[in-house]
Design a protein around this ligand. Structure first.
Ligand code: GDP
Length: 139
């Protein structure tokens, strides 16, 4: 089934100029880039996006990281996009991520792990409209 998922190239990867390589990899792996924009997130936007993690000990550190520089927000589409993108990303901790995954290649720590991806249909249904309006997704 064709699905959409939200990907974010996080501030660490943008800073290190990995954006182009990551976008090229999405296309190489069969994802269609349906919508894309670069944004500097506000603290409130980052807190709202990660609201499910509010009680976690790393929440404030995660929010500071996510506002530390611009991010690239991407809506990807393909069959089975959500799970296939999670596989392409690799484990949260780059040290534990499978070889050749985005986090193994471009992440440096469990927090500075280069990319985000929706982890379920329910999450994608929250995350995509959080950043993209209906008109931005036409086509
Ligand atoms: P994901 O779905 O693989 O991104 O992982 P989670 O939803 O569990 O965590 C969200 C983000 O919080 C991760 O991508 C990391 O940037 C960060 N994070 C997760 N676990 C930790 C942790 O134990 N310590 C720190 N400092 N950051 C973490």
């Amino acid at each position: 089934m064709t699905e959409k998922t939200l990907a974010i190239i996080k501030p660490d990867a943008v800073r290190k100029k990995f954006s182009g390589a990551i976008l090229a990899r999405y296309e190489k792996e069969g994802f269609r880039i349906r919508a894309i924009k670069m944004r500097a997130l506000s603290k409130a936007e980052a807190e709202g996006f990660y609201a499910v993690h509010r009680e976690r000990p790393f929440f404030s550190s995660l929010v500071s990281f996510m506002v530390s520089g611009p991010v690239i927000l991407v809506v990807l589409e393909k069959d089975n996009a959500i799970l296939d993108h999670r596989t392409l990303m690799g484990a949260t901790d780059p040290a534990k991520a499978e070889k050749e995954t985005l986090r193994a290649l471009y992440g440096e720590s469990i927090e500075y792990n280069a990319v985000h991806g929706s982890d379920s249909g329910e999450t994608a249904a929250f995350e995509i409209p959080y950043f993209f309006s209906t008109v931005e997704l036409i086509g």
